[in-house]
Design a protein around this ligand. Structure first.
Ligand code: SF4
Ligand code: SF4
Length: 342
């Protein structure tokens, strides 16, 4: 039987396999359309994109041309001005080839937009809703404080927040507060930016939360096939999965980089979102791809860090990013020199 979820007051009810459309930026338009259609044919009905995901909206627009009403589309604006808000919304509507967005979300703002705060952003959301251009108002965030403020404000119908089996007690409190407030909870980073590779465990963990809709940002078609098989046969949380997750938590506990990229760009050109978690990547994924010449050139850039601390200031997880980079570089060089990877 399908696992269904209703996103709080929005009434949007779909199975627990949302489609995160960030990775379709990396494939051709034809391939993206094929993948999106494959997801739709497999039962996926909720698609999440963003103005900031380059041509992701355009690809969804092309995929759903002529069948818009059969799916739910959520997108996002990172605009900080009213003018920017309307420009983003009109652009999204045009390239998604639609006259409405199901959930329009503020994209990870550093503050929680509210009426009368002087930004005019929330008022613009209300106006867009009154005009029928958006159906529901949502917010996405990586910061616990902004997420909690959004829940407490009563102004938002959905929250999109990182949530996976590595969730901390505080993350779980956000989900609980969201449910209590009748807000839909959309889980991003449910595979923790590629660190979680067991989709069955990832799904089963989130299946325990009836109010949570994960949007899987799949990178490979084999992963998509796995999630599509879960539409009809959802994995359940067993003792074995619980034991596996406990083991994973021990390996991935504490201050690790989630690869979100919010600290970028780096003035020294360091690819922080991969380099600051290289020690984990080379131990968890096939390591050869990270250790080749291109990988080494990427890591060697860490030597050029100018210590501006801009990354540290922007990291929503409070990481000491420059030091984390140095630690990862040291370990990487040791691995290249022959240290056994355990
Ligand atoms: S501290 Fe180093 S890594 Fe961080 S943004 Fe500045 S130059 Fe880049
Ligand atoms: S250092 Fe922080 S902001 Fe940068 S990619 Fe990692 S988790 Fe994200």
């Amino acid at each position: 039987m399908k696992d269904m979820v209703t996103l709080g007051r929005t009434g949007i009810t779909v199975n627990k396999n949302g489609f995160g459309a960030l990775p379709v930026q990396r494939v051709s338009k034809e391939e993206a359309i094929r993948l999106v259609h494959k997801a739709y044919d497999g039962g996926v009905r909720f698609f999440d994109t963003a103005r900031a995901y380059s041509d992701s909206e355009e690809k969804l627009g092309a995929a759903f041309d002529g069948m818009r009403e059969k799916v739910y589309i959520a997108t996002k604006t990172a605009a900080l001005t009213v003018e920017g808000f309307w420009k983003d919304l009109e652009t999204s509507l045009a390239i998604l080839k639609t006259d409405y967005i199901d959930i329009y979300q503020f994209h990870n703002p550093a503050f929680c937009p509210k009426p009368g705060d002087g930004s005019g952003l929330y008022e613009a959301m209300l106006e867009a809703k009154a005009q029928g251009k958006i159906r529901h108002i949502g917010i996405t965030n990586h910061r616990l404080t902004v997420a909690m403020e959004a829940i407490e404000s009563g102004l938002y119908e959905t929250l999109q927040f990182p949530f996976c089996y590595l969730a901390t007690k505080k993350d779980i409190e956000v989900e609980e507060a969201c449910s209590k407030a009748g807000m839909g909870f959309i889980a991003m980073k449910a595979l923790s930016g590629g660190l979680i590779t067991d989709s069955r465990a990832a799904y089963a963990y989130l299946a325990q939360y009836p109010n949570v809709l994960p949007i899987w940002g799949v990178q490979r078609e084999t992963e998509m096939d796995e999630f599509l098989s879960y539409v009809e046969n959802p994995p359940v949380y067993t003792k074995e999965i619980e034991a596996f997750i406990e083991k994973e938590k021990k390996q991935l506990s504490g201050d690790f980089c989630r690869g979100c990229g919010y600290c970028m760009p780096c003035p020294a050109g360091i690819e922080i979102n991969n380099c600051a978690r290289m020690s984990l990547m080379i131990r968890r994924a096939p390591s050869a791809a990270w250790l080749d010449e291109a990988g080494q050139a990427r890591m060697n850039k860490i030597d050029g860090c100018i210590g501006c601390n801009k990354c540290k200031a922007k990291c929503p997880y409070g990481l000491d990013t420059p030091n984390l980079l140095k630690k990862n570089l040291k370990d990487y060089r040791e691995v290249l020199a022959g240290k056994t990877v355990v």
